[in-house]
Design a protein around this ligand. Structure first.
Ligand code: SF4
Length: 432
């Protein structure tokens, strides 16, 4: 669907009230540049999306009469948080005042107003409905929490998933566990061997922003892991159990515990997929987990280029090449491999990144790209990794099309696929 004209810019009065300015068309940000957004790249803001006012920032628009780019002086800039399963093509474009506060760890997608509706430049990249907000009934979640806390009174992990993840952070994965469906989280590690600039579970005291959840404080036992995951694999539709969650450090630092758990799980059930979300830092540990029965891996990265990866992840004792090796190891065992690709318009769609991504896909035999919106303040991110010029870019939409054309067997999405999609018909009809 293509809009007949560009949407108008939005601004906020600083009190949470948002208005349109019909003297300015909205622009989109790519790297450090503000650009017009093509009319065929807009969709209505999906259910579950929300709008943010950006203090200390003025939106950049295109004057409806003159076609000149200028600031919206009527109020603060506005951005959209687009819900999971959707991939954003442009960031919100604005000028930042010197004393503006660093923005918290959310994604800031461009947003505009057209014929009484809110629009964002994005696409639904994942048909799986597992985190659609319409699918969550909080009453049923609370009932599930009561039942499973009663069933596992001494299990610290179930307690953590209940009281922290489901009831405090409203984590979609934890809530799905308490609703007895789909992907079940297994946080396992209180520690990490990386120091990501935008770590969502631990931010250094000197930073002004806070992590979106607190890091796990204990080391679960294999018994605690097996106790609640086997019944989930046995009973849930499209069951997956996943090590490596937003509320922990790096699961590979607990690989011996995870290996023991996988071996024990597979003694009880052959069902479902056992997955690990990881920074991919320890290919030897990954090999041991594959030997134990790991089915799939998702390696997180902000880039397919070492020189962009290292200043962001700031690893303690591993290198970018290790994460590439971990992807190869799982393919060698016939396992499913995904990258959790943090999409940043102007970086991800740069020509240099495009070439590096093509090489990574070829070198590793990658199965899937999960196109994740990067939850980070754009100025802060580019400043921290020292990027002042992103180089020529092709547009995120165009990048996704080019890669899809060159690698027709490469799957796109946002979530780890169940074994039914990995081994069977990948295009499962989730609507029914
Ligand atoms: S790998 Fe994960 S837990 Fe470790 S620093 Fe990065 S975001 Fe944080």
């Amino acid at each position: 669907m293509s809009l007949k004209q560009s949407p108008y810019i939005l601004y906020s009065d600083g009190k949470g009230n948002i208005f349109e300015d019909e003297t300015l068309y909205v622009t989109g940000r790519s790297g450090w540049d503000a650009l017009p957004i093509p009319n065929d790249e807009w969709i209505e803001l999906p259910d579950g999306g929300s709008l943010y006012e950006l203090p200390g920032r003025r939106g950049i628009g295109i004057d409806v009469k003159t076609g000149e780019m200028r600031l919206c002086e009527k109020g603060w800039a506005v951005a959209a948080f687009i819900p999971p399963a959707h991939s954003g093509f442009y960031l919100a474009a604005y000028e930042t005042a010197p004393d503006a506060p660093t923005l918290p760890l959310f994604c800031y997608t461009a947003v505009g107003w057209h014929k009484e509706k809110t629009y964002v430049p994005a696409v639904r990249i994942e048909p799986d409905i597992r985190q659609d907000c319409a699918g969550y009934d909080q009453k049923k979640v609370e009932t599930g929490v009561k039942q499973l806390l009663k069933a596992y009174p001494h299990n610290r992990l179930v307690n953590h998933l209940a009281n922290n993840c489901a009831l405090t952070y409203h984590c979609p994965a934890a809530r799905n566990y308490f609703l007895g469906r789909w992907e079940c989280p297994i946080p396992a590690s209180p520690a990490c061997n990386a120091n990501c600039v935008g770590c969502i579970s631990l931010q250094p005291d000197e930073e002004t922003i806070v992590s979106t959840q607190d890091r796990l404080t204990f080391k679960p036992t294999p018994e605690e892991i097996v106790e609640y995951t086997v019944p989930h694999l046995e009973g849930a539709p499209y069951p997956i159990v996943s090590f490596g969650q937003g509320c922990e450090g790096e699961p590979l630092l607990m690989w011996e515990t995870i290996r023991e758990a996988i071996i024990e799980i597979r003694k009880h059930t052959p069902k479902g997929s056992i997955n690990i979300n990881t920074n991919g830092s320890k290919p030897d540990a990954v090999k041991a987990l594959c030997e134990a029965g790991l089915d799939s891996i998702r390696v997180s990265t902000n880039s397919a280029r070492r020189e962009i990866y290292m200043p962001y992840y700031r690893p303690n004792n591993y290198d970018f090449d290790d994460i590439v090796e971990s992807l190869k190891v799982v393919r060698d065992f016939g396992g499913w491999t995904s990258i959790n690709y943090f999409v940043f318009p102007g970086m991800t769609d740069s020509e240099a990144e495009y070439e590096a991504l093509r090489k990574l896909i070829k070198d590793t035999g990658l199965c899937m790209i999960q196109w994740r919106n990067f939850n980070i303040d754009p100025d802060w991110y580019l400043g921290k990794i020292g990027v002042s010029d992103t180089g020529p870019c092709m547009g995120v939409k165009n990048l996704q099309e080019e890669i899809r054309n060159e690698f027709p067997n490469l799957r796109y999405g946002y979530f780890n696929p169940p074994i039914e999609r990995i081994k069977g018909n990948f295009q499962i009809d989730f609507a029914h």
